[in-house]
Design a protein around this ligand. Structure first.
Ligand SMILES: Cc1cc2nc3c(=O)[nH]c(=O)nc-3n(C[C@H](O)[C@H](O)[C@H](O)COP(=O)(O)OP(=O)(O)OC[C@H]3O[C@@H](n4cnc5c(N)ncnc54)[C@H](O)[C@@H]3O)c2cc1C
Length: 344
């Protein structure tokens, strides 16, 4: 993907990227999702871990970090989730204790555990969120760029997943890992905002990959029903099955529209919180429904590992959970709706 320039696609040319618009970038993600969701997630998480450097990084941090990441020579990961904090990410317990004076710390000692970190242990660089001041809740969180091989940083258990199995995920264990102050991204209290902003963008890219899963399931099911015969003709002649195909096509088209709308809003510089939640929630639910129907339309062959249709269903399920569960997206959409609605 690095050789193809995909790892640099959505970054501005001024920062060494390929200068794709976000709308252009999500076309890449739809194609990848249609071919292999695990590769799509690997790339999406890689970009998610680096995008914040564009907004929050100093000139020096951009110079040091972006080139190898954009070239695809180093792989990135995004480390927020912990054993006790998933949806309620403000509750993370990983501590970052200042080393040196409070006003000008030389660095931080990180202690804690992250779980479910996609691309680990293969990734070279980890955007890690840790609390400098737990008494301040979300406002006490800071973001750090941690490199593989730093003292006190090791990998724990590898997740054994239902789907996207070609994209690894593992625990990160920090045991007093010293991270220089130069590796802190943004100010000490900026971490939570950095995480939420990055996730809002990343969700559009996951939504696009889900559109790809749905498209692939739909196209394969439509082709199969034309070729598979029964009751005197191709199964595609059965009206009940044609209705299923039509509903699958509707779900994919609706998901694609919302995803492109969110990407276009991002390109126009508009707020994207609500639009990206609507896109990711709709597209991952659509991918799950359409892939499940495709397994049904393939009959016994769909349930077999031989056809690869069941993989689409297993891959789609995860997208209803990561980058904010679809319950959390309902909360985001309802919050936005109520904020712009005047009582009475
Ligand atoms: C394949 C995969 C890859 C992942 N990759 C990463 C990664 O790279 N980096 C990373 O940091 N994390 C990653 N995660 C973790 C993921 O972000 C969390 O699993 C997710 O945020 C949910 O957290 P949880 O698992 O702790 O569930 P919980 O937060 O414990 O939620 C359990 C259930 O309760 C629901 N729920 C929780 N709170 C509410 C509420 N207020 N209202 C209604 N329903 C609620 C949830 O929707 C869910 O159904 C990954 C997860 C998976 C499955």
């Amino acid at each position: 993907m690095g050789e193809l320039g995909l790892t640099a696609a959505p970054f501005p040319e001024a920062d060494g990227g390929a200068g794709f618009s976000y709308l252009g970038w999500i076309l890449v993600m739809e194609e990848l999702g249609a071919a292999d969701m695990a590769s799509a997630v690997t790339l999406s998480v890689h970009i998610l871990s680096q995008f914040p450097v564009l907004t929050w990084g100093t000139a020096e941090q951009k110079r040091r970090w972006l080139a190898p990441m954009l070239a695809g020579e180093a792989l990135g990961a995004f480390a927020l989730t912990e054993p006790h904090a998933g949806s309620d990410a403000a509750q993370i317990r990983t501590r970052a204790e200042r080393v040196g004076t409070p006003d000008a710390p030389a660095g931080y000692r990180l202690t804690g555990t992250k779980i479910w970190i996609s691309n680990a242990p293969e990734a070279d660089r980890y955007l890690v969120f840790a609390s400098v001041d737990p008494s301040r809740g979300a406002k006490g969180i800071a973001a750090f760029l941690v490199e593989k091989g730093m003292d006190g940083f090791r990998f724990g258990a590898h997740e054994r997943k239902m789907g996207i199995r070609a994209c690894p995920a593992a625990e990160l264990v920090f045991d007093g890992c010293f991270v220089p102050a130069a590796n802190r991204l943004g100010a000490e209290g900026d971490g939570y905002r950095i995480a939420l902003t990055a996730l809002a963008e990343g969700r559009i890219s996951i939504a696009a990959a889900c559109v790809g899963i749905g498209r692939s399931a739909l196209e394969q099911a439509a082709a199969y029903l034309q070729q598979r015969r029964g009751f005197g003709g191709p199964l595609a002649d059965q009206q009940g099955l044609r209705f299923m195909l039509a509903e699958m096509a509707r779900d994919v088209a609706a998901a694609r529209s919302l995803t492109r709308e969110a990407a276009a809003a991002r390109d126009r510089g508009e707020p994207i919180g609500e639009a990206s939640s609507l896109a990711k929630w709709t597209a991952s639910d659509a991918a799950m429904r359409v892939a499940t129907d495709a397994v049904q339309l393939f009959g016994g062959s769909g349930y077999s590992r031989e056809t690869g249709i069941e993989r689409l269903m297993r891959d789609a399920k995860g997208a209803q959970i990561y980058e904010g569960t679809n319950q959390i997206h309902r909360l985001i959409v309802a919050d936005a709706l109520l904020q712009r609605t005047t009582p009475g």
